[in-house]
Design a protein. Structure first.
Length: 107
């Protein structure tokens, strides 16, 4: 049983990376590094910085999120993200579709 759950976790995160990152940003994980740490802690999966930032760039280009640079003296600058109205609508629509899938698994 653990084997199928491990596979499901990995496939879920990879298959739904864009949606999952969008949802995590909505929950307050506003930096790419925070998202990578959360996924690693939650699922034991290591995602490369290149992969996560490619997803974030796609989400920003499609206007699901908006990014801005943060500058702190003595620290490297980093990009912070917020979810746009379009992103909120996408999360809601996807959540409804996923619930249909979840309900079909439990019947």
């Amino acid at each position: 049983m653990d084997e199928i759950l491990d596979w499901t976790n990995e496939r879920f995160v990879k298959s739904f990376a864009k949606l999952y990152c969008l949802a995590l940003i909505a929950k307050g994980y506003t930096h790419g590094y925070d998202i990578m740490k959360y996924i690693n802690h939650q699922y034991g999966l290591k995602i490369s910085t290149g992969s996560i930032y490619k997803v974030l760039q796609w989400l920003e280009n499609k206007e699901y999120i908006k990014g801005s640079w943060e500058y702190k003296e003595g620290k490297p600058s980093r990009r912070s993200y917020i979810v746009t109205k379009k992103g909120v609508n996408a999360i809601k629509a996807a959540g409804e579709r996923l619930m249909i899938l979840v309900n079909s698994l439990s019947n």
